[in-house]
Design a protein around this ligand. Structure first.
Ligand SMILES: Cc1ncc(COP(=O)(O)O)c(C=O)c1O
Length: 382
């Protein structure tokens, strides 16, 4: 049986700004590859938003993390601590470099890496003679992690933090943008992110020399010489001018899209306030989430339906939803990696669902989604 056409997608970018104008200008200039005015313009606008930090724009968030690890000197035999509750791209580049991920469970407030387990993990690895070389933290679905506690641990053990802010473009902690707290940070501008360039990413640092080095490595490490001259191995990771044209237009609308996604989250919370057995990810007083995706946890004992049943009920009405990330320590591909923690992220995976969260999601669409949820609730009450 064919599935109904998706009428309400999970997350799509909105192009209400100068995307058409800028891409037209990029094409007219004849520069659609890795040189052209929009690359500099997008980079400069992003860097000026980040105030104390600079950025290099790349062809994906995954490339940005790969370069971040290279810049920190991670190599074969090294261990890198990774948040388990995330997408595989938060850990894959560790393996590209011949290093090993060590996974850590989440805490229950932000659903991100648990600082207490993080410290236990560091002590345990040190006692085995394997001091981790870096800590990759994630701001899941846009929700800032417990940065204060994490940064204290990072300083205490002198292990640098890489902030995976792929999902958290425009999220803030203590008034500053996520991505600017770690030694290095990165964003994704993938197709369904809050800001999209089709595919793309950015690496962030407060050291100009680090950004310069990342730019060099992202362009096949081609030295500034009249002929092709290479002192080291580089990568083809630079963003092209056409994507940068879209990125600049998207960045100009970032703050309004953050407000729209926050409104979507607020409306779900209002519409579901009397719904039994539904829990949301919540901000702490220090944090400001872009609410890229609104994620819920379903207590089946109270709702009578599981995340699988709700997902089916939604798709039958043309509404797309998505399970939360399957923790990486439970992924077959990482079965031999060490793991520290309990079952928090596993429980969240079993109970959770991401609801449609696009910036242009209409109130009536959200009412329909909530109506489908109430229908499932009444089914079990009958
Ligand atoms: C948490 C997280 N990390 C890393 C990535 C990788 O970003 P990209 O798809 O741009 O390579 C993504 C998104 O795709 C992500 O959601």
């Amino acid at each position: 049986m064919a599935l109904p056409i998706t009428l309400i997608p999970l997350s799509v970018p909105v192009f209400n700004g100068k995307e058409n104008l800028y891409t037209h200008q990029a094409i007219s200039s004849g520069q659609i590859a890795t040189s052209g005015e929009f690359i500099e313009k997008f980079e400069n606008k992003l860097s000026s938003r980040l105030k104390t930090h600079e950025s290099v724009i790349l062809n994906s968030g995954t490339s940005a993390l790969h370069l971040a690890l290279i810049l920190l000197g991670i190599g074969p035999g090294d261990e890198v601590i990774c948040q388990s509750f995330t997408f595989c791209a938060s850990a894959n580049p560790v393996v590209y470099l011949g290093a090993s991920p060590v996974f850590v469970d989440s805490e229950t407030t932000t659903w991100n890496i648990c600082p207490d387990i993080l410290e236990d993990t560091i002590l345990s690895r040190i006692s085995k003679g394997k001091k981790p070389k870096a800590i990759i933290i994630v701001h899941l679905f846009g929700m800032p992690a417990k940065l204060k506690e994490i940064l204290e641990i990072s300083a205490k053990y002198e292990i640098p933090v890489i902030e995976d802010a792929a999902e958290a473009v425009g999220s803030q902690y203590e008034g500053l943008d996520c991505g600017t707290f770690g030694k290095l940070g990165f964003y994704s501008f993938n197709g369904n992110k809050i800001m999209s360039t089709g595919g793309g990413g950015a690496l962030i640092s407060n050291e100009a020399s680090t950004i310069q080095k990342a730019k060099l490595l992202s362009q096949q490490a081609r030295e500034n010489m009249p002929y092709y001259h290479h002192l080291e191995i580089g990568y083809n990771y630079r963003m092209n001018n056409l994507s940068a044209a879209i990125g600049l237009a998207q960045l100009e609308q970032l703050d309004s899209n953050v407000q729209s996604r926050r409104l979507v989250n607020k409306r779900y919370k209002t519409l579901l306030k009397d719904f039994p057995g539904i829990e949301f990810q919540n901000e702490s007083p220090d944090s400001f989430s872009n609410f890229w995706l609104t994620a819920i946890l379903i207590n089946k004992d109270k709702t009578g339906f599981s995340n699988v049943q709700l997902k089916t009920a939604l798709i039958n009405k043309g509404v797309e939803s998505r399970f939360l990330w399957k923790p990486l320590h439970t992924q077959p591909v990482f079965s031999s990696s060490p793991y520290y923690g309990g079952t928090i992220s596993e429980n969240y995976f079993e109970a959770g669902l991401c609801l449609p969260s696009s910036a242009d999601l209409k109130m009536e669409d959200q009412e329909l989604i909530v109506e489908i949820m109430f229908n499932e609730l009444h089914k079990t009450a009958e």
